[in-house]
Design a protein around this ligand. Structure first.
Ligand code: ZN
Length: 291
């Protein structure tokens, strides 16, 4: 018995030692200056004190609390942390319903919280996939998500029976592997720089999300049709936004695509539509490859 305990103690000791030596220290949580796992006014106070030299800051603290990413702790970071601690009004944490384990990883330039779960980025409760934010290769809904499919069917029905407009989804869900093949074919044909203007690199296509589809035609001339006009004016009523609008290429990272719509739900689609902004501008995020 004694011997068993001794062996057990040794094993435990060895495990702890192994963990201490070989496992990476977990990254400092976002905006958590004192490392207590929560974002409170105390964190803002610590950062404010550090910013004016009343207390030193560590690399760890700089990494987690440099909210505006200017490589220094300033009162601006303290202010942002204070706003985070009281749950400011730019977004609503109820969007995290059903997202247990989502981790707060950053703030957009418009102070929307950026959450990550299973490698997927969520802002304002919606999945974001663009040139900056990718989807893991393991993310595979296999088809358009039911809410997106249903909304599109309703929209197509209404468009046809109310306005005589015929809408047909021609490209919906695309797997990581398919996108990989498509993108590489384009690169082989047109070169990487050219391909990047109209085709997404694998993991960066919104089609992988199961929340986006191309309607009717992917020819440039589609822009001048009654169908394209109808989509631009009405799709938000069904929860869709025109994802790559005209004149927003420097923001979205893609040429004008009057056929590509993205499901975000009616509430958010209406807000984005009324703002006249593209999704990147609305949330204050970029769409640029980092590699
Ligand atoms: Zn598309």
């Amino acid at each position: 018995m004694k011997r068993t305990i001794k062996t057990l103690a040794l094993a435990l000791c060895a495990t702890t030692l192994f963990a201490m030596c070989f496992l990476p220290a977990s990254a400092a949580a976002f905006a958590d200056a004192d490392g207590d796992g929560r974002i409170l006014a105390a964190d803002a106070r610590l950062v404010l004190r550090a910013s004016v030299g009343l207390s030193p800051w560590t690399d760890e603290m700089l990494k987690s609390c440099d909210i505006d990413n200017d490589k220094s702790l300033t009162s601006a970071d303290a202010r942002l942390i204070l706003r985070l601690s009281v749950g400011f009004g730019n977004d609503d944490d109820s969007c995290l319903h059903g997202m247990d384990g989502a981790e707060l990883v950053g703030l957009t330039s418009k102070e929307y919280k950026i959450y990550k779960k299973d490698g997927i980025t969520y802002i304002d409760g919606i999945l974001v996939a663009n040139k900056t934010y990718s989807l893991p290769s393991s993310y595979d809904p296999g088809d358009l998500l039911p809410e997106c499919k249903q909304a599109f069917m309703q929209m197509a029905y209404d468009a046809y029976y109310n306005d005589g407009i015929y809408l047909e989804g021609i490209s919906g869900y695309r797997s990581y592997a398919t996108q990989n093949r498509i993108y590489n074919n384009y690169v082989a044909a047109d070169g990487k720089a050219e391909a990047d203007t109209y085709s997404a690199r694998p993991g960066h296509s919104e089609h992988q999300s199961g929340l986006a589809l191309d309607v009717n035609s992917v020819e440039g001339s589609f822009a001048y049709t009654a169908e394209a006009k109808w989509i631009a004016e009405n799709c938000y009523k069904y929860g869709f936004i025109l994802r790559y609008p005209y004149g927003k290429t420097d923001k979205t990272g893609y040429i004008y695509e009057p056929w590509h719509i993205r499901y975000v739900g009616i509430a958010i689609a209406t807000k984005i539509h009324n703002s006249g902004l593209c999704l990147e501008e609305y949330y204050g995020i970029t769409s640029k490859y980092s590699y």
